[in-house]
Write a new protein. Structure first.
Length: 145
């Protein structure tokens, strides 16, 4: 696992340790992490604080030119909401730890010109598999089921 996906995985572990959903994300510009986040829907009672949204929030306001040089790393395939945010800011590349336990609108991202890299990380798959088995109702709430 590369260092940026590893940083996203560390965020996922933080989320799990806090009693939330183990998904993490980092935003990287010019080989530097400018934002980190993890799913905090449970912790904050928020309908929108998925890992990627938390990451964008923590990165703060950025110029369009900065987003256009960014790569978003997420431990899990981004959902419609998070994919939409990446498209809105014209982030050209998204690296996904895994898409076995959940697959967002990946073909839509690709069709819109986003370079999508799926890593199939055993660690990312394992943390989600375990969580989904242990807390299916919480997981279903997170994905809108």
């Amino acid at each position: 696992m590369d260092k940026f996906l590893a940083a996203a995985y560390e965020e996922a572990e933080k989320g799990l340790d806090e009693g939330g959903i183990p998904i993490g994300a980092v935003l990287v510009i010019d080989e530097e992490i400018v934002g980190r986040g993890h799913n905090r829907r449970v912790q904050k009672g928020s309908p929108i604080l998925h890992a990627e949204m938390d990451c964008f929030e923590n990165a703060g306001r950025l110029k369009a030119s900065e987003y256009q040089r960014a790569t978003l790393y997420s431990t899990l395939s981004p959902c419609d909401m998070c994919s939409g945010a990446a498209l809105l800011y014209k982030i050209p590349k998204v690296v996904v730890g895994e898409n076995k336990t959940y697959q967002g609108p990946e073909s839509y991202l690709r069709d819109r010109g986003v370079k999508l890299e799926i890593v199939d990380s055993p660690e990312c798959i394992a943390i989600m598999d375990k969580f989904i088995k242990e807390k299916p109702e919480l997981w279903n709430e997170d994905i809108g089921v």
